[in-house]
Structure formats: structure tokens, C-alpha cells
Design a protein around this ligand. Structure first.
Ligand SMILES: Cc1cc2nc3c(=O)[nH]c(=O)nc-3n(C[C@H](O)[C@H](O)[C@H](O)COP(=O)(O)OP(=O)(O)OC[C@H]3O[C@@H](n4cnc5c(N)ncnc54)[C@H](O)[C@@H]3O)c2cc1C
Length: 380
């Protein structure tokens, strides 16, 4: 008999959830990660007593009551409602686009007034496309104006999107923004989900709970350690690393977008009064500033903690050695990924899951749901 039922490559939410459920089914797992810590991209680093989301801000949200109960059984979640703000040339606008935004932009008060204003602005693009004999938007700029009009596009979408992609909106494909959620209510809650929050004490508590009593190893890269030997110690492999790397890039490398983070400690209790502020002008080099304490501290807790930690985010083109964050789901990459998926089907003893192995953007709740599905939990 082999020592483990599963070797799980990657201790992010997919790997950790899979291990948690496998253990509950009486299976023995070894979880390895090449990083210095467990938890993948939800890992938090404690700086000045503040949980800093090292790989970008993470807000857990879901409509799945069973999943919400499951994570809360592991660690209670604290209330947190994501209400990001946009800063355009020093003026602040609420996000997502809602009655507060429209009121700040045009001084309108009612949904009818806001609708009329948006329709008036959209008409410009409808007319332009008609004149050009175009049936649909030909680039992202046209698509955005068609959806929400010029004011919202120029102040809140253009610069931010151009920084995200390092290209002009006129040179970006329209499919990148198929729809833009617009709300005709005074509701700044970014997510529509029923349940939303942050684990009390940070995401590391959730990962520790998921991986309790499970063998783990950090600084352990699968390709340097177990690639040729995993069969000797485990029945199955769960792989949550990069799919193209697993197959030695035989169909080429998959493209990603990445993000660079610049974190600093500030010697005052409150820097921007909100967890997330987007900078929507192109001339400001970063896309947003995160102030981490606002994820977990409320009211007087903010002022009682005398320092604060902020992170500026810069969107960048990915190259080997950087962290892959967002898949580029264009035609070229989708075609390459499809070829790898076909190879994956042949690997009967390997389960591929998670954002890197499936070349797919997943939020946290869906990636956990995917791990539940692939672990077979609840199906026996
Ligand atoms: C900037 C940003 C912000 C986000 N914000 C939110 C949010 O607010 N809400 C939300 O729901 N979701 C958010 N997400 C999504 C969330 O991060 C993912 O759902 C989640 O991280 C996916 O988990 P995973 O296990 O698939 O991948 P990961 O967390 O990336 O874990 C994969 C692990 O595998 C390890 N690994 C890879 N290759 C090897 C190897 N060869 N050997 C050993 N180990 C290896 C890696 O080191 C890593 O630890 C955000 C994502 C980004 C990029």
C-alpha cells in the first residue's frame, strides 16, 4: 500500500479544499507548494498587526449557503461589504455604477433622470455606428460608450482599462466588456451575492483549518521533487500548477496578465478611509490602492491601530518568472489551452484543478465548489 492516496500540488484554495474533503473521506494526503507559505493567492502577511493580502485584495462572496456554512464552520467570517470608490482627477465616485455614481457625475436624483442621461449619451454611439454602416462595436471604446455613454466611459472606464491592458481602448477588442453592470439603486455593494465577508483573523486561518492534520511541505516544487516519483508514494496526483508547464510547453506557453504590488507602511491610522480606491486616469501609473486594515477593522478599531499598510497595484504583461494572475482568454490562447485539456484527459491518475491548471479565472467560492466537485465529496 502506498503512503498517500493523493499528492496535491499547490496549497491554494483548490488544493486545500480538496485535501480537506479527501481527509473527511478517510484519505491520506500530502500537500506540497513551491512557495515559502501555504494558501496560494489568498495568503496574508501580518505587517504591523494588519493582515496584508499579499497577492491582491480578496473578498469572499457566494450565494451557496452550504459553502458559506462550511467555511464558517472552519473559521467565523466577519462582515465586510465591498464598496470600492473611484478617484478620477481628485473627484470620487462610488462603484459599481449606481445611483450614487450618477448623482455624483450629473447631479441627477432619480432612476428616471439617470436612465435618460445614459440613453442620451449612448445615442451618440448608436448614431456613429449607423453612419459607418457597422452592425456592432468594433473596439472596446465603442462598446463601452454603447453600453453606458461617454461620461462614464471617459471618467471611470477608459484610463483604468488602458492601464490594465497597457493598450488604448481603441485597440482592445469589444468582447472584453460584453456587459457593464449598471444599477438604478443607491447601492454601493460591489457584489450581488447573499453572503460576503472576510475570515476573522484573515485567510490564513481558513487555510490552516482546511489543512489541519494534513501533511504539508513548502519550498517544494513538484517538477524538482516528485515529478518522476509521485507514483511510488501516492495513488493519485492532484495538480493545481500551470497546465502548460506540466506538459513541458509542448504546444507553447499560455499567456497571462500579471500584477505588481508596492506595499508601504504609513505612520497614521487611516490613509484613504476605504479598502479599495481605483485610480481611473491613465496618467496615474497604478490601477488602485488597497488599504488592508479596512478589510477587518471597523469603527474605532481603525483609529486604535496607529499605523496603516497600503498597496499600490500595477498591471503588467507577464513573462516567465513572474506570478501568472489573469488568463488571456483570446482565440490564440483558448486554442492552445484546448490542446492541453485533451492531453489532460489521457492522464487517468491526475486530477487537474484550479485557476492555473484549468487556465481559467475563478473567484474563491467557485474554485472551492470545483474542488468539492472533483473530490467526489458527497457523491459516495
Ligand atoms: C488580484 C486578484 C484579486 C482577487 N480577488 C478576489 C476576490 O476579491 N474574491 C474572490 O472570490 N476571488 C478573488 N480572486 C481569485 C482567487 O485568488 C482565486 O480564486 C484563488 O486564488 C484560486 O485558487 P487556486 O488554488 O486555484 O490557485 P492559487 O491560489 O494560485 O494556488 C496555486 C498554488 O499552486 C502552487 N504551485 C504552482 N505550481 C507549483 C509547482 N510546480 N509545485 C508546487 N506548487 C506549485 C502555487 O505556489 C500556489 O500556491 C482574485 C484573484 C486575483 C489575481
Amino acid at each position: 500500500m502506498k503512503k498517500y492516496d493523493y499528492i496535491i500540488v499547490g496549497s491554494g484554495l483548490f488544493g486545500a479544499t480538496f485535501a480537506y474533503l479527501a481527509r473527511r473521506q478517510g484519505k491520506k494526503c500530502l500537500v506540497i507548494d513551491k512557495r515559502a507559505h501555504l494558501g496560494g493567492n489568498v495568503y496574508c502577511e501580518s505587517i504591523e498587526g494588519i493582515n496584508v493580502h499579499k497577492y491582491g485584495p480578496h473578498i469572499f462572496h457566494t450565494n451557496n449557503k452550504d459553502l458559506w456554512n462550511m467555511v464558517n464552520d472552519i473559521v467565523p467570517f466577519r462582515r465586510f461589504v465591498n464598496c470600492p470608490v473611484a478617484n478620477y482627477k481628485g473627484k470620487l465616485y462610488n462603484l459599481p455604477f449606481n445611483m450614487n455614481t450618477f448623482s455624483q457625475m450629473w447631479g441627477v436624483n432619480t432612476p428616471d433622470e439617470a436612465r435618460a442621461k445614459i440613453d442620451e449619451q449612448r445615442a451618440e454611439m448608436v448614431e456613429r455606428l449607423k453612419l459607418d454602416g457597422a452592425k456592432e462595436a468594433r473596439n472596446l471604446e465603442e462598446q463601452a460608450i454603447l453600453l453606458v455613454g461617454r461620461d462614464i466611459y471617459e471618467r471611470l472606464i477608459k484610463g483604468y482599462t488602458e492601464k490594465q491592458w497597457e493598450r488604448d481602448c481603441k485597440d482592445l477588442p469589444p468582447f472584453l466588456i460584453k456587459r457593464l453592470p449598471v444599477r438604478f439603486t443607491y447601492d454601493n455593494n460591489y457584489f450581488n451575492d447573499m453572503y460576503q465577508g472576510i475570515p476573522a483573523g484573515g485567510y490564513n486561518k481558513l487555510i490552516e483549518g482546511l489543512l489541519e492534520d494534513i501533511d504539508t511541505r513548502t519550498y517544494c516544487n513538484f517538477f524538482d521533487s516528485f515529478r518522476n516519483t509521485w507514483h511510488d508514494i501516492a495513488d493519485k496526483l492532484v495538480f493545481t500548477g500551470q497546465m502548460d508547464e506540466f506538459f513541458d510547453y509542448r504546444f507553447g506557453r499560455l499567456d497571462w496578465r500579471t500584477v505588481c504590488f508596492e506595499t508601504e507602511v504609513i505612520n497614521r491610522p487611516n490613509y484613504q478611509g476605504n479598502a479599495v480606491v481605483n485610480y481611473t486616469e491613465r496618467s496615474v501609473p497604478y490601477t488602485r490602492i488597497i488599504e488592508h486594515k479596512h478589510f477587518e477593522m471597523m469603527g474605532h478599531e481603525v483609529e486604535n491601530c496607529h499605523k496603516t499598510v497600503i498597496t499600490k497595484e500595477y498591471a503588467k504583461e507577464y513573462s516567465a518568472g513572474m506570478e501568472p494572475y489573469y488568463p488571456v482568454n483570446d482565440k490564440k490562447n483558448t486554442a492552445i489551452a484546448e490542446k492541453y485539456f485533451e492531453l489532460a484527459k489521457i492522464e487517468k491518475d491526475v486530477i487537474f484543478g484550479g485557476r492555473l491548471a484549468e487556465y481559467k479565472y475563478y473567484d474563491m467560492a467557485p474554485v472551492m465548489e470545483r474542488a468539492i466537485e472533483l473530490s467526489g465529496y458527497g457523491k459516495q
